[in-house]
Write a protein of this length. Structure first.
Length: 63
């Protein structure tokens, strides 16, 4: 995953608040979200992986 879109509020690595609907880059910089937290959010249905969403769009378009 490189980016996630939030279904619920979260915080960036620097502790700043991010509201649902925002898209965050995954990484170790202050304005990003770390990979472990991002994976937990996607696995818990609190966010969606933009990579997976784009793959789903391509698959649907090919049908």
């Amino acid at each position: 995953m490189k980016k996630i879109t939030l279904y619920s509020a979260a915080s960036r690595n620097d502790g700043s608040y991010v509201d649902a609907g925002e898209t965050l880059s995954i990484g170790d910089k202050a304005g990003e979200i770390d990979a472990d937290r991002a994976k937990a959010m996607v696995d818990g249905n609190r966010a969606v992986s933009e990579t997976a969403a784009k793959a789903d769009e391509r698959e649907a378009a090919a049908k």
